[in-house]
Each structure stands twice: as structure tokens, then as C-alpha cells.
Design a protein around this ligand. Structure first.
Ligand code: GYE
Length: 323
């Protein structure tokens, strides 16, 4: 986009920094927050011309969106990859065109030389925190008999699903819990509800439902309610969720979700920092940037604990001060 004079008005579109953002879709509250953060960070007022593509959870569409950005010769490309694999060719195309690629949120499985940086969450650590919390919670509640768990997983092949599954299932194995089933709810409320309905038909005795995001938890709660089951704070079934969106935390506060492990959707400001560094002729301080995250619970049954991996976790009880 030529020379950029900071003192000149940014109303002429050729003064703006052009960014192509290939977003996953619009499947969840988390996703809405991520999209809003990108739109407000990369606004015209801030000096950006953002081409936003909602890829509707379709990997082929997302590859095509990125390819179009390369053809349009945007200044920067941002990708939140639906799935981890299949990126090499298009990343090479962007590299050959000299366009820096910033990956946010979910990870890409590709050579690090093919993209500038990644900003996101440690999904495996989120899963480990959830597993370690459950272990401490069951101990506190003196529940020592068989623990039957069902998982409503996120979009198969997404790094959020892969990491949360891997992290949590370490604890399933180490503690001899019984993982009855693990099916893909595609990170949607509808998916969560349908899978919970089918679990309720197949399994008589469920102690814990692990939902890999809040929207799946909302769907699962609807299904449990309809089946007359009790859950959450005072109920028979423990509900674990990930994301800790506002709507999710509302359910934690009410006691329908027992514990919620945050995934921070605000990667855009970090990406803007990196873009500024590149513009000034520098490079990002590191190729991988982890955003900060907290852990929330509906009560103080377990207030702090150490994970098997040695991490100290403090649970924040969601009360009027928090939400
Ligand atoms: O947990 C879920 C969203 O990639 C971390 O995608 C993200 C996940 C998030 O749909 O709600």
C-alpha cells in the first residue's frame, strides 16, 4: 500500500493498512466476541481496511478466502484455522507474495517459517486444568466410586478440540474414570443438545458432562432439563465447560455450570502490536504468544489446587462482583 505518512489523513483508502481475516464462522458466543474484537481493533478509525470473511466452519471455503487475500495483495492476512492441517500450499503462496500471515486462536500444523506468528490459548493446559479441578472436586465431595463421564467435543480436528481432549483425558486415565462417550457437538448449542439427548438414551448413569465450549453446555443443559435430571451446584450431574463467555459465566453464577475454563477471545490487540512492529521494520518478540486465562467455579468447594503438570490454579467464584 505504498508509503505511509502518519501525519496524513487516513480517510483515503490507500492510506489504510489492508487486512484479510479468514474467520472460522459464527458457531458460538466466543466466536462473536473474537469477531467483534477484530472488527473494533482493525477499524477504519484505527487506520485499517479489514476484509472479513466468515468461513461458516468450512475448511475449503477458508482456504479459498486466504487464496483470494493473496490475489488481492492485502498487506496482512489473519487466519483462525478451522482445522490444524492442510495449510502448507496456501501459506507458501502468501509467503511468495511477501504477505505476513498472523495465525490467531487455533493452531496450524505447518512449518514455522511459513507464518509470522501465532497468538492464542494453550488448549491442552485448559483441558488439564479441567481434569485437575474435577479430581480435586470429587475428592472434596468424597466421591470415590466409579465416575461416569460423557464428553461433548468441539469441532473434530480443530486444535481447541484436540488440546482440550488431550489435556482432560490424561486425568481420565490417571484417575481410572470411566469415559462413556465422546462425540462431536461442533461447538454449537444445537450440537450440544442433540448429543446430550442421545447420551441420555444410551447411558443411565452419568456423573459428569464435559462440554468443550459454553454453547454446547447450554444445549446439554436444555436436554438435561427436558429429561428431568438435576445438574450443577445442587444437582446429581457435574457440568464442566470451556470459554467462560459472559453467557457461560451467567450459568456458572446461577449454579447450572459447575466450572468453566476461560479461553480468551481477544487476540486482535496482540496482533495489532505485531503488525506495528513489522511496519517499523522489526519482528514479533516471539513466534508464539499465549493470552492470559482464568478459571471459574460456581462455589468454593475447590478454591485452589495444583495440576499434575505442576501448575497452580486458583478458581474464581462467580458472584455479583465478577458478573
Ligand atoms: O472454544 C469455541 C469456538 O477456537 C477456542 O471455537 C475456539 C473455540 C471456542 O467456537 O466456542
Amino acid at each position: 500500500s505504498g508509503s505511509k505518512d502518519a501525519s496524513s489523513s487516513s480517510s483515503k483508502s490507500n492510506d489504510l493498512i489492508s487486512i484479510g481475516f479468514a474467520q472460522v464462522g459464527h458457531e458460538s458466543d466466543w466466536r462473536t466476541a473474537s469477531t467483534e474484537s477484530c472488527r473494533s481493533t482493525f477499524s477504519k478509525e484505527n487506520g485499517y481496511d479489514l476484509s472479513f470473511v466468515d468461513c461458516d466452519n468450512k475448511s475449503a471455503d477458508q482456504l479459498e478466502a486466504v487464496r483470494n487475500f493473496v490475489e488481492q495483495e492485502v498487506d496482512y492476512i489473519i487466519i483462525d484455522p478451522i482445522v490444524e492441517t492442510g495449510w502448507d500450499t496456501v501459506l507458501k503462496e502468501a509467503k511468495d507474495a511477501g504477505i505476513p500471515v498472523l495465525v490467531i486462536d487455533r493452531n496450524i500444523k505447518a512449518d514455522e517459517s511459513l507464518y509470522t506468528a501465532w497468538v492464542g490459548s494453550d488448549f491442552t493446559a485448559e483441558g488439564e486444568s479441567a481434569g485437575a479441578w474435577l479430581k480435586a472436586y470429587l475428592e472434596a465431595k468424597k466421591k470415590t466410586d466409579k465416575v461416569n463421564i460423557v464428553t461433548i467435543a468441539g469441532t473434530n480436528g480443530s486444535s481447541a478440540q484436540i488440546g482440550r481432549t488431550k489435556g482432560f483425558n490424561k486425568y481420565v486415565k490417571a484417575n481410572g474414570w470411566n469415559l462413556l462417550d465422546e462425540q462431536d457437538g461442533d461447538f454449537t448449542q444445537d450440537g450440544g443438545q442433540k448429543i446430550m439427548e442421545s447420551y441420555l438414551k444410551s447411558y443411565k448413569d452419568i456423573d459428569v458432562v464435559v462440554c468443550q465450549n459454553d454453547n454446547e453446555a447450554f444445549g446439554a443443559i436444555d436436554a438435561l432439563k427436558a429429561a428431568g435430571k438435576t445438574y450443577g451446584k445442587d444437582g446429581d450431574i457435574i457440568i464442566i465447560s470451556f470459554d467462560a463467555t459472559n453467557a457461560g459465566l451467567k450459568d456458572v453464577k446461577e449454579g447450572s455450570i459447575n466450572a468453566d475454563f476461560e479461553c480468551n477471545p481477544l487476540a486482535a490487540p496482540y496482533v495489532e502490536d505485531i503488525i506495528k512492529k513489522i511496519k517499523d521494520g522489526g519482528k514479533p518478540d516471539s513466534q508464539k504468544v499465549y493470552v492470559d486465562e482464568a478459571c471459574f467455579a460456581c462455589d468454593d468447594t475447590v478454591s485452589s489446587f495444583k495440576t499434575d503438570e505442576g501448575k497452580d490454579i486458583t478458581m474464581t467464584v462467580v458472584d455479583d462482583k465478577v458478573l
